[in-house]
Design a protein around this ligand. Structure first.
Ligand SMILES: N[C@@H](CCC[C@H](N)C(=O)O)C(=O)O
Length: 285
């Protein structure tokens, strides 16, 4: 028998952060607990929501202004989502007269504040750079891990940086960023045994010391127009290799994100646009 959502006719807000697409459900009063299958069904464009990269639940929190729960389009529940933090931050800031809000996630708490017209800055905390924190399956220097794609003697991709921004990322330094290449190698690396929890895969082309062109194959969502934690991970990985400064514009398919790895606090701050596209009611799945 097909399970139906008990949360029938729940209101949703469709938002995007630099093109990263979200369906946001407010779960302050009534719980929101979709199954993996229901998330997948909602993400299917046939459900009428237009497809999305992540489904987001905003729940009450005892220690923060809200708790943000994240499901990837494949139904997996994951630690965090940088662009959704900016979107949820925007909603909470609009609903209160606060200058700053704190949003807790499975990946840790984040603060969000307005940064101009429909722009929000989030403090993503310090990147986790120890191999066990990423996590990797074996000890390696995360500035450039022993991983390559392609023939042993002529790899097309090799020695990516590995970073956790609350969720796992690898970042390849490459000029090759076309769709077919990103899809083919991203899907391969996402499930590599070196990453026991899977991994988000970044393809970073350094334009200059303050600009990176980035495409990301997201774990559980595939190629997206933007990935906030991916942009933070790319800046951290390129700065650690001396390829960029600690502050840069990361150009993604859906816009631009400013990433600043603050020297004093060690925290990574991300600033970028948020957009409310429309509201509606969740379909029965
Ligand atoms: N879109 C995101 C990341 C969402 C989660 C990611 N796919 C994962 O599985 O860790 C972002 O903006 O950070």
């Amino acid at each position: 028998m097909k399970a139906t959502m008990t949360q029938a006719a729940r209101p949703y807000i469709r938002m995007n952060g630099a093109g990263n697409a979200f369906i946001v459900v407010q779960a302050f009063e009534e719980g929101f607990h979709p199954t993996e299958g229901q998330v997948r069904a909602l993400a299917d464009p046939a459900a009428g929501l237009g497809g999305f990269d992540q489904l987001i639940g905003i729940e009450p929190s005892e220690t923060a202004d809200a708790f943000m729960r994240v499901w990837n389009a494949d139904g997996s529940m994951v630690e965090t989502c940088g662009n959704a933090l900016r979107c949820v931050g925007w909603l909470l800031l609009e609903a209160t007269d606060k200058e700053e809000v704190v949003i807790d996630t499975l990946g840790g708490p984040t603060t969000a504040r307005r940064a101009g017209d429909h722009q929000v800055t989030v403090d993503m905390g310090a990147p986790r750079l120890d191999w066990a924190e990423v996590p990797l399956a074996e000890e390696m220097d995360t500035r450039g891990i022993e991983l390559q794609v392609g023939p042993i003697d002529a790899p097309v991709l090799h020695t990516p940086g590995a970073v956790s921004m609350g969720n796992p990322h690898v970042v390849f330094f490459t000029d090759q960023q076309d769709d077919a290449f990103v899809r083919g190698s991203g899907s391969l690396v996402e499930h590599h045994p070196l990453f026991p929890e899977g991994v988000n895969v970044g393809f970073a082309k350094v334009i200059d010391r303050n600009q990176i062109r980035l495409r990301v194959w997201e774990r559980g969502a595939g190629l997206t127009l933007a990935c906030g934690t991916g942009a933070c991970a790319a800046l951290v990985a390129t700065a650690r290799r001396g390829l960029t400064d600690r502050k840069a514009t990361v150009v993604v398919d859906g816009g631009e994100l400013t990433i600043d790895w603050d020297e004093a606090s060690g925290h990574v701050f991300m600033t970028g646009p948020v957009e409310i596209e429309r509201t509606g009611l969740l379909p029965q799945v």
